[in-house]
Design a protein around this ligand. Structure first.
Ligand SMILES: Cc1ncc(COP(=O)(O)O)c(C=O)c1O
Length: 435
């Protein structure tokens, strides 16, 4: 084991291919279904919403998908991302565990979301689309897509969940700086938004509602595509660069064996990004890492949901996905981790959980922020509200370590919390509800 603090790979080590777990799964995942006919989807069903390049990835059974050179070039703005040993956190905890964290918060927009927004904008651009529509929770995805749209000269309309739009004003400012236009959802700008406002006048909104609005807007405009920041296979595939880099970086740390991986889980994309390349190592017998999805108590889809077909949005406009779900009409409490307030979980993550390749726990927001403050004070990085759930999950495990054992723990820090500071202030003042 080396005495390094951080491993930053050179730019030429940015992966050349995305990893797709589908062909490596011991059993095939269930196909998405057409919302009207209930039949398995065919690519043509999706062409009104997505460009063919992304539809092909969605249905792909290829293990490795080449990353276009233009996309790799843009990835060079922030990739490879650092993998650090949390030595000062280890000292603060007095633990014998060796803790590593993969930090995605150093991207231009502050999270892992740019790993998918850039290829999504790229494939839309080459398909001739000129406008992107999307939903966003805490605003990290909206900012990432606004940035990527700007890079490729596309316009970008964003429906941001109302509770986050109101509690995180700097996030819509960030989207505006990148050239995106954000409105609070449900809004007056779509028929589904108006209907939801009439039915639930005081709603705090949800990702499911915002998705319905963005889908309606894209479906009604032949020049527009809808972009999703999580859940779908192609998004999870794009994020696989996180885990591929981590495996190389752990080699340089001289750590051949990973014991635990902790990631927060909203729709499942950062979890899949870090863990799927490691699950491949597990399946091929090279690793025995336990993967732990850390979801919020406010939206515990894996730990309390049902594994069944459900809509990805509130209004029932998307295809039906086989996933762990709390029901598409479920509206989570307005917790600060807006990016985790989703009723379902990515079908591929759900499938892995069902097959026992991933485990899951749920974490209340006070426990999450307690962990985030401890991490910030030790490592000097303030994590995103969402990422705090991963740290809290790791801390639970670390407290259980029997004397004499030194497990290797990898934590996915999916984003920076610089724009989440009001939530930290609420936690520090003792007024944060423990939802
Ligand atoms: C920083 C951060 N982490 C995690 C998430 C949750 O999404 P996913 O589970 O797709 O990684 C979000 C979503 O907005 C986010 O902004």
């Amino acid at each position: 084991m080396s005495d390094l603090y951080r491993v930053i790979l050179p730019e030429d080590q940015i992966p050349t291919h995305w990893y797709n777990i589908t062909p490596d799964l011991p059993t095939p995942p269930a196909p998405p279904l057409h919302p009207g006919t209930g039949e398995p989807l065919v690519p043509e069903d999706l062409t009104a919403l997505f460009p063919m390049g992304l539809i092909e990835q969605e249905a792909s059974r290829e293990r490795w998908i080449e990353i276009p050179e233009t996309v790799r070039e843009i990835y060079r703005l922030w990739r490879p991302s650092p993998l650090s040993r949390a030595r000062r956190l280890e000292q603060a905890l007095g633990t014998s565990a060796r803790i590593y964290y993969k930090y995605e918060g150093a991207s231009p927009v502050g999270s892992h979301k740019a790993n998918s927004s850039v290829p999504q904008a790229y494939f839309n651009k080459i398909a001739g689309r000129t406008r992107l529509t999307t939903e966003t929770g805490a605003g990290q995805w909206g900012a990432a897509l606004a940035f990527a749209a700007e890079v490729f000269g596309l316009s970008c309309d964003i429906w941001q969940v109302r509770s986050s739009f109101e509690s995180k004003p700097y996030r819509s400012a960030q989207m505006a700086v990148f050239g995106g236009k954000a409105v609070a959802s449900p809004s007056e700008t779509t028929a589904v938004g108006r209907a939801l406002r009439e039915q639930f006048p005081d709603t705090s909104g949800s990702l499911g509602m915002a998705i319905s609005e963005a889908v309606e807007a894209a479906a009604g405009d032949p020049n527009a595509s809808y972009s999703l920041g999580s859940v779908l296979n192609h998004v999870l595939i794009h994020q696989s660069i996180i885990g591929q880099e981590t495996l190389k970086q752990l080699e340089l740390f001289e750590e051949p064996q990973i014991d635990y991986v902790f990631c927060c889980a909203g729709g499942g994309s950062n979890l899949a990004g870090l863990s799927f390349p490691i699950i491949r190592e597990n399946l091929e017998g090279r690793q025995k890492a336990k993967i732990v999805a850390c979801e919020p108590k406010a939206a515990p889809s894996l730990t309390e949901g049902e594994f069944r077909y459900d809509f990805g949005d509130t209004a029932g406009m998307t295809p039906k996905l086989k996933m762990y779900t709390l029901g598409c009409e479920f509206v989570p409490d307005a917790v600060h981790a807006g990016g985790l307030r989703y009723h379902g979980m990515a079908p591929l993550v759900s499938h892995c959980y069902h097959e026992g390749l991933i485990s899951a726990i749920s974490i209340g927001q006070r426990e999450a922020f307690e962990a985030g403050v401890l991490f910030s004070r030790a490592e000097g990085i303030i994590p995103a509200s969402e990422s705090n759930h991963a740290i809290a999950g790791a801390l639970r495990q670390i407290r259980e370590i029997p004397p004499g054992e030194s497990p290797v723990i990898v934590i996915g820090i999916s984003g920076s919390g610089q724009l989440d500071l009001p939530a930290y202030v609420e936690y520090l003042s003792g007024t944060m509800p423990n939802t």
